[in-house]
Design a protein around this ligand. Structure first.
Ligand code: SF4
Ligand code: SF4
Length: 551
């Protein structure tokens, strides 16, 4: 039975409004803080677990290896393939280099990541959470280490409850040593994306050739501590209480979104049975109607079975309704039972400790472990697989599923447009930056011949990772020209050139005139065609003012 509504809504006629109170959950000790029970996920094997393993190796492989891959720096040497060089304000990603002027692409990349999250979540649910989120991936590795040191779920639970013996100290200690080494390596790799990782390794404290700087040490330890804490201790708490994505995913879900779901029409009423009873799909009983099936789920969630109590498998968010009354389930004849044998293995394998039989819950990270577990149970019982499966709420309820919905089309079109814009922008970025600064000391000067001179500093940035030649010319009215004529300059890979240049006007030119600097890349081009190219539209032009005496 559930409590009566604890918040009286209306005052009785002629009486003051009742005081509103918020009921608090108290733990057994009377404290207002209800601590979470530690979750020991059971090992599972199956297609989705193997997919997760592949995802872990692939993603962590990229993380730990990319920092070590050398890449040509364009001047005969080599640099790190992926390096975020903050002091130089330059990012390198394999063959691409990004300057501060390219910051717009970073912003675009973040927008694309957000849009991709919207698109894939609406279409396929929490794929990111189950297979690619760093929290999931690192927790998986920490769990592997834990299993290796402390054994399977039953042994870990036993070890947890046992007093501190020599064996417990050795197993626990060994686990934490391995966790710490792995976490420190993770922190070291993280900093290795911002400081060349080979240099970082060369002046590691124990390498004997120097020390890490204060900041390097801080970030390595900070990142290691975050990994150790999040993947070793907090685990599902991060997903349940800290990650904002779990909270706003409901805004992206609808009844056609791919979710991991238990089929109550087939599975209910749950219960143990002797082997030999066929699946409901082969028996006269068939599938239950929806109302009865969900009623059984609701009642089962409020009246734990003996099997539930064994694993503290309490359903939570989807079926709790303080005003609803849950009658206990009657006992059923074997022939009336559904396909769920109430073994609770789907709960034991769940990394967030929920019971998927209670319906979609925000704690579910869609890892697929319960599908693999239940499929194994179905195999043993000789029942068809798929009692828990990837499906949509509509499909589970026997309604047609629509994959192409307006929001999917909208997110998809926006995502494609953003990706196309990003790809075009990155491949068509200007490889040259030209800035012109006037000499601030003098507006103009008159030379011995009576000509008027203005001095400029031409700043050329070769953004490419190869040496370049440029032709510099000036297009000005009334005979205003570049002193010494057009010229060719050479810039090394990623070099910034500051060139002082004098522009001269014939005697008699006065007032303000607009002149245009033209810089044309010549590398790989026929020298004879360079003059023509200078006038062509691939020259970078910058207009500035030329000043003469005031008339
Ligand atoms: S693993 Fe399958 S059969 Fe066992 S309790 Fe879960 S849903 Fe029922
Ligand atoms: S219910 Fe648990 S085991 Fe099943 S997909 Fe969700 S998080 Fe994974």
């Amino acid at each position: 039975m559930t409590d009566p509504d604890p918040i009286p809504r209306k005052a009785a006629p002629g009486k003051p409004a009742p005081r509103r109170s918020i009921p608090l959950a108290l733990d057994d000790g009377g404290s207002m803080y209800v601590s979470e029970a530690k979750i020991h996920p059971r090992d599972v094997d199956g297609m989705f677990q193997r997919l997760r393993t592949v995802a872990v190796w692939w993603l962590l492989g990229m993380y730990y290896l990319f920092a070590w891959i050398p890449w040509s720096d364009g001047s005969g040497g080599s640099r790190q393939a992926v390096l975020f060089d903050l002091p130089a304000r330059k990012f390198y990603v394999f063959g691409l280099n990004f300057w501060p002027q390219d910051f717009v692409y970073l912003a675009l990349l973040l927008i694309i990541a957000g849009m991709a999250l919207f698109f894939f979540t609406s279409l396929a649910g929490r794929l990111w959470c189950g297979y690619a989120c760093p929290q999931t991936v690192w927790t998986e590795v920490f769990l592997w280490i834990e299993r290796w040191c402390e054994g399977d779920r039953a042994k870990r639970i036993k070890l947890d409850a046992s007093p501190w013996t020599r064996v417990k100290v050795l197993r626990r200690g060994g686990k934490h040593v391995l966790w710490l080494v792995f976490a420190l390596w993770t922190g070291f790799t993280f900093v290795g994306y911002f400081t060349p990782i080979r240099e970082l390794a060369a002046h590691a404290p124990l390498a004997g050739s120097g020390q890490w700087s204060g900041w390097e040490t801080f970030w390595i330890l900070f990142y290691a501590l975050a990994t150790w804490g999040n993947a070793g201790f907090l685990r599902e708490q991060v997903c349940k209480y800290m990650c904002p994505y779990a909270r706003f995913q409901s805004a992206m879900f609808d009844r056609n979104t791919l979710i991991i779901a238990y089929d109550p029409m087939r599975g209910e009423p749950r219960g143990s049975r002797r082997k030999g009873l066929g699946s409901v799909l082969e028996r006269a009983r068939g599938l239950l109607d929806k109302a009865t099936a969900y009623d059984y789920v609701f009642r089962a969630a409020h009246h734990h079975t003996a099997a539930d109590n064994l694993v503290a498998a309490r359903g939570n968010t989807s079926v709790l309704d303080p005003k609803a009354v849950a009658e206990p389930l009657p006992s059923f004849e074997p022939a009336q039972l559904g396909d769920c044998i109430d073994c609770t293995i789907c709960v034991q394998v769940c990394p967030t400790g929920i019971d998927i039989r209670n319906g979609l819950q925000y704690e579910c990270i869609a890892c697929g472990a319960c599908i693999d577990a239940c499929d194994q149970v179905m195999d043993k019982m000789g029942y068809p697989r798929g009692l828990i499966r990837y499906s949509t709420q509509n499909a589970i309820d026997g309604r047609p599923t629509r994959v192409l919905r307006p929001r999917i089309v909208l997110y998809g079109v926006l995502l494609l447009a953003l990706l196309a814009g990003f790809a075009w922008g990155v491949t068509h970025r200007s490889a040259l930056i030209v800035e012109v600064l006037r000499d601030r000391n003098a507006l103009y000067r008159v030379n011995e011949g009576g000509g008027v001179e203005n001095v400029y500093t031409l700043k050329l940035i070769n953004k490419t990772m190869a040496p370049q030649r440029y032709r510099i010319a000036l297009d000005g009215p009334d005979g205003i020209h570049l002193q010494g004529g057009a010229r060719t300059v050479q810039a090394a890979a990623e070099e910034v050139l500051n060139l002082p240049l004098v522009v001269e006007a014939p005697p008699g030119v006065s007032g303000k005139r607009e002149v245009r600097w033209q810089v044309t890349p010549l590398t790989g081009r026929d020298e004879a065609a360079s003059a023509a190219a200078a006038a062509a539209d691939d020259a970078t032009e910058v207009s500035v003012n030329f000043f003469g005496p005031i008339p």
